[in-house]
Design a protein around this ligand. Structure first.
Ligand code: PGA
Length: 255
């Protein structure tokens, strides 16, 4: 079985200005120095700070992601940042379909898929987020929702999708302090891997990383990462502090 390198992503959302980012990186890069050879660590700041973060993480193994991108190279899309622009800034990663984009900004599956297509055309590594709302879980629709969100992947070839990362983020666990139990996460991750195996290929399913996100903290990181199909963590609130995020990585690698 191909080894999946553990991946830890900090999603800073609409937090941190330039000064905060500089002080975070100053502390964080020392804390994770010994860990970056055994995992990948990615920081996702607000779009206006991407260039600055790229510059202050140069000469480290820390990578940088955008939190969103537009669905085409250029054009009349006020307020959007295109994948071509991200590529131009040397940003190699982009989070797509985050639940806040889907639910607050009303991005539907077809828009998320359009963004995915545009990101793949620029050779960005997409972190494609899926996850059910609380009422969908209660109605036992979790798998149906995830399946619907994954459906768009069928329109790409395996080689187009080669860098894809999937993040399972149950909406009810995001920013609520209530994380999915490791068993709940594993159940959905294994469903996603099976879906990838049936709809893309078994090899692809075997090497694609599936991250868990939703109220991840240092004290649940090991238990989540122990699960066979949890290959990494996408962290919001607890990634804002360098000590807390580095501890999540350290504990996650201890699994
Ligand atoms: P949280 O956010 O860790 O604050 O729950 C996770 C996310 O939204 O990616």
């Amino acid at each position: 079985m191909e080894k999946r390198i553990p991946l830890f992503i900090a999603n800073w959302k609409m937090n941190k200005t330039s000064k905060d980012i500089l002080s975070f990186v100053g502390v964080f890069k020392e804390l994770v120095k010994g860990m970056t050879h055994s995992c990948e660590i990615v920081l996702a700041p607000a779009a206006v700070y991407l260039a600055e973060l790229i510059s202050v993480t140069q000469n480290t193994l820390i990578k940088v992601a955008a939190q969103n991108c537009g669905g085409s190279k250029s054009g009349a899309f006020t307020g959007e940042v295109s994948p071509l622009m991200l590529r131009d800034l040397q940003v190699a990663w982009v989070i797509l379909g985050h639940s806040e984009r889907r639910h607050i900004f009303k991005e539907d599956d077809s828009l998320v898929n359009l963004k995915l297509k545009a990101a793949l055309e620029e050779d960005l590594t997409p972190v494609f987020c899926v996850g059910e709302k609380l009422e969908e879980r209660k109605a036992k629709n979790t798998f149906a929702v995830i399946e619907r969100q994954l459906e768009g992947l069928k329109s790409f070839s395996e080689s187009q999708l080669r860098s894809l990362v999937i993040a399972y983020e149950p909406v009810w666990a995001i920013g609520t302090g209530e994380n999915a139990s490791p068993e709940q996460a594993q159940e959905v991750h294994s469903f996603i891997r099976k879906w990838l195996s049936n709809n893309i290929s078994p090899t692809f399913a075997n090497r694609t990383r599936i991250l868990y996100g939703g109220s991840v903290k240092a004290d649940n990181s090991t238990a989540l990462m122990v699960m066979v199909d949890v290959d990494g963590l996408l962290v919001g609130g607890a990634s804002l502090d360098p000590l807390s995020f580095s501890e999540i990585v350290r504990q996650g690698l201890n699994s």
